[in-house]
Write a protein that binds this ligand. Structure first.
Ligand SMILES: NC(=O)c1ccc[n+]([C@@H]2O[C@H](COP(=O)([O-])OP(=O)(O)OC[C@H]3O[C@@H](n4cnc5c(N)ncnc54)[C@H](O)[C@@H]3O)[C@@H](O)[C@H]2O)c1
Length: 362
């Protein structure tokens, strides 16, 4: 199969759909890969690395779309890419159709086959192509929260791990899923006193067994959260109710309970945020203050570490890319029910019910 990797052109998107190592694996199996010039540069992969892996380089995005039977990328196509997409072409990328009616209509009109990373499932119902980005975002949440606790960044001026004779900072993680577990693990590793809260008792049991002793679990309720806030330095919001807007687990009435210079990191901002005072920010301008409490609400946290994020994403996508290239999308989706769930739009028809329902087209 001929596979194309265009350069991402969405604002501030520095990741790339395949690494040189991934390209090599694909070519070893008898396929051809065409990469747009400088596509991997911002992730730390120069053109020469793709050439050494056996890829062909093309100077323009138009040429990549024109030659490829399958496009492997990261973000959904943006308007300038719509006319480049061809009938029957396979697009394997994040789409998030339900939040973008124009994109949905454009992909229906293109008659392409849209296989969305975000709806591919494993037999246990987990989402293997979303998990790596939650792992990155969870770890980054602690890293960024720690940074903004520093005095020159506006924070309390407190070191997460303390030092001998001085108590460490206290970190409260709300939501103990993939993001929350990774945030708590990082904070614990830096020596903080960590509390992680969730509403799922089986999950709290699992967290209790799998996190170090300086992490305590807590059932998530307004009462319990209020009880923790007075001496908390960093709160990380990582709550998710699948398919729904995030609930407010930290209300605006609770903000005065926090001391000035405390830091809130709302990772759930991409689902509307789980703190009532959150609004989305960017890497260029990541924080704002309310009542002296710093809010960090960047909606694409993994974008700050494109090298790590690209490697993490492509580790997860590569086995699927190889199967799709070897078998073609129809046979590959027949063989793997979880991959079939990634099909959102096929040759002009929506085949994923939640997408149709999102626009009242069911
Ligand atoms: N900002 C970013 O760059 C970025 C990157 C990756 C993920 N995210 C977002 O982070 C959020 C968390 O993702 P995840 O992969 O960890 O999800 P997940 O499903 O693994 O975990 C969510 C957890 O929240 C818990 N929960 C639900 N309601 C709760 C409540 N009221 N109080 C406490 N816990 C509650 C669930 O029981 C679950 O354990 C999602 O909104 C996701 O989209 C954001």
């Amino acid at each position: 199969m001929i596979i194309g990797v265009p350069k991402e052109i969405k604002n501030n998107e520095n990741r790339v759909g395949l690494t040189p190592a991934g390209v090599k694996e694909i070519i070893m199996r008898g396929h051809q890969v065409y990469v747009q010039q400088s596509a991997g540069l911002n992730s730390g992969f120069p053109d020469e690395a793709y050439l050494s892996a056996g890829a062909n380089l093309l100077p323009t995005i138009e040429e990549v779309y024109a030659v490829a039977e399958m496009i492997v990328k990261v973000k959904e196509p943006i308007a300038s890419e719509y006319p480049l997409i061809r009938e029957n072409q396979l697009l394997f990328t994040y789409f998030h159709f339900a939040s973008d009616e124009n994109l949905t209509k454009a992909m229906i009109a293109s008659k392409a086959v849209c296989l969305a990373y975000e709806t591919v499932e494993k037999p246990d119902g987990s989402l293997p192509l979303l998990i790596p980005m939650s792992e990155v975002a969870g770890r980054m949440a602690t890293q960024e929260g720690t940074r903004f606790l520093e005095k020159p960044q506006g924070g309390k001026g407190i070191l997460l791990g303390g030092v001998p004779g001085v108590k460490p900072a206290k970190v409260l993680v709300l939501g103990g899923g993939i993001v929350g577990f990774n945030a708590a693990k990082m904070a614990a590793g830096l020596g903080a006193e960590v509390i992680i809260a969730d509403i799922s008792l089986p999950r709290l049991r699992w967290l209790n067994e799998n996190l170090p002793a300086n992490v305590k679990t807590l059932y998530s309720s307004s009462h319990n959260i209020e009880g923790e806030l007075r001496d908390t330095d960093l709160v990380i919001g990582a709550v998710l109710i699948p398919g729904a807007k995030a609930p407010y687990v930290l209300t605006k009435e609770m903000i005065p309970l926090l001391k000035k210079g405390s830091v809130l990191v709302d990772v759930a901002i991409d689902q509307g945020g789980c703190f009532e005072t959150s609004h989305a920010t960017t890497h260029a301008n990541p924080v704002y203050e309310i009542n002296g409490v710093i809010h960090y609400c960047v909606a694409n946290i993994p974008g700050a570490v494109p090298h790590t994020s690209t490697l993490a994403l492509t580790n997860a996508t590569l086995p699927y890319v190889i199967t799709l290239a070897n078998e073609g999308w129809e046979k590959a989706c027949e063989m793997d029910h979880g991959l079939r769930l990634g099909l959102n739009i096929v040759k002009g028809k929506i085949v994923y019910q939640a997408v149709a329902e999102a626009f009242g087209w069911a």
